[in-house]
Design a protein around this ligand. Structure first.
Ligand code: PLP
Ligand code: ZN
Length: 409
């Protein structure tokens, strides 16, 4: 038995038992996204601050609030429990009182997505699946291949033709079988779903799997526990599909509901200005499905987000705000974060920092604001993206004159 009570459709409110449906049949697979509800009263009996003090320093420490059966032990892997880093110089640059970074780039495959993927792999094994599959070119795929490799579960990844080499290397290094589909991403996605049906593979595609948000939630559970004695006022996070920020907020709220913490935060959702359909949906109440846009922050370059409603609800419920940062502002944030904190963030992660600058300009934040930014991915994930932002080395002859000339001394 897990502590799951039911799953609720975020659009129509229809309720389902665990295992009954993955999306709401009334609202369809696009809008009928389900939210997993736990019995927080019974979870609170064992999930206490005292109990947590004795547990593993990984995201499995929150197992009462994970979608796993009580007797099931997931493969131990060092996911989560990433550090919260004080960033006084970056706070000063941004004009706020206090900034801390939760550096999720230190997860095993280098991103926040290790949280949902490890939960996906655990559920696959719990259900007796023989393999897991995922259609993605980004962090979802590499984290899935990583978690599968650490558990010894075969993994199949469907990528579109134009997959960046670094990401392909990571998939192959983890031993995934990679299908490079000679077509569009949508075709790769459909093919993956069909193959899961035919071969009985567990489907990691976040759009149709409500349990993955529960993995993302561990980012919020952890942040809440780590900051229990010095809570921030705001949490800033970048938004693509929308389920990461929704999961973080859910985690922070559930920690309060079980009594481990007693604070709430306002969520600052940050999109790239070139691709901001979730921010627009926050303003208008509905999603423009014909939206076309683009950003260089590839992990949040999602023109038709699936979990926009969860993101909009979370930011609204937190009394938070949405802002959008331009690609130039995101590049600047990559550089400033690296130089003033020693944390190398991929563009989509630095977007959370760029958003703080925008929110400060707009008066959403002020000189007294206390913010935690979720750094969702490591800069080495996207070297080409970083190189557009970080400048060039000094090419010098092997002579001291050349060094002095470069230093202008
Ligand atoms: C996936 C991802 C995000 C955004 O998460 P969504 O659930 O798509 O909103 C942000 N940053 C990085 C590095 C990611 O990989
Ligand atoms: Zn519904």
């Amino acid at each position: 038995m897990s502590h799951i009570v039911e799953l609720i459709c975020v659009q129509c409110g229809r309720r389902f038992r665990e295992g009954e449906a993955d999306t709401c049949p009334t609202c369809g697979p696009d809008e009928g996204i389900l939210d997993v509800r736990f019995n927080l009263k019974s979870a609170a009996n064992t999930l206490t601050r005292a109990a947590l003090a004795t547990r593993d320093r990984s995201h499995w420490r929150y197992r009462e609030l994970l979608p796993l059966a009580e007797g099931f032990t997931p493969t131990p892997a060092a996911v989560g429990f990433t550090p919260v880093i004080e960033a006084p110089r970056l706070a000063q640059l941004l004009g706020i009182r206090r900034l801390r970074l939760k550096d999720d780039g230190r997860n095993p495959s280098g991103s926040f997505k290790d949280r949902p993927s490890s939960v996906g792999v655990a559920r696959a094994i719990q259900q007796g699946a023989k393999a897991i599959a995922c259609a993605s070119t980004g962090n979802a795929a590499s984290s899935c291949a990583c978690a599968a490799a650490s558990a010894g579960l075969p993994c199949y990844i469907f990528v579109a033709k134009f997959v960046p080499e670094g990401k392909l290397a990571q998939l192959l290094a983890y031993g995934a079988t990679v299908f490079r589909v000679q077509g569009t991403y949508a075709q790769a996605y459909d093919l993956c779903n069909q193959a899961c049906e035919k071969f009985g593979w567990y489907n990691r595609n976040a759009a149709i799997n409500p349990y993955l948000v529960e993995g993302k939630k561990t980012g919020g559970l952890e942040l809440a526990e780590q900051l229990a004695d010095a809570p921030p006022e705001w949490v800033s996070a970048s938004v693509g599909d929308g389920c990461s920020i929704a999961g973080m907020y859910k985690g922070i709220e559930e920690m309060r509901a079980v009594g481990v913490t007693s604070f709430s935060v306002k969520m600052l959702g940050v999109q790239a200005a070139g691709c901001d359909p979730v921010m627009k949906a926050f303003e208008t109440g509905k999603l423009d499905r014909s939206f076309a846009g683009n950003t260089y922050a590839d992990s949040i370059n999602v023109a038709v987000p699936r979990n926009w409603r969860k993101a909009v609800n979370a930011v609204g419920a937190s009394n938070g705000a949405f802002v959008a940062a331009s690609d130039e502002q995101i590049m600047k944030a990559v550089v400033e974060t690296g130089r003033s904190t020693g944390v190398f963030a991929e563009p989509a992660a630095a977007t959370a920092i760029a958003g703080i600058a925008v929110a400060r300009q707009k008066g959403i934040l002020n000189s007294q604001s206390d913010v935690v930014a979720m750094i969702t991915g490591n800069g080495l994930k996207d070297v080409a993206g970083a190189m557009k932002a970080v400048g060039k080395p000094h090419d010098v002859d092997p002579s001291m004159d050349a060094v002095a000339w470069a230093l202008k001394v």
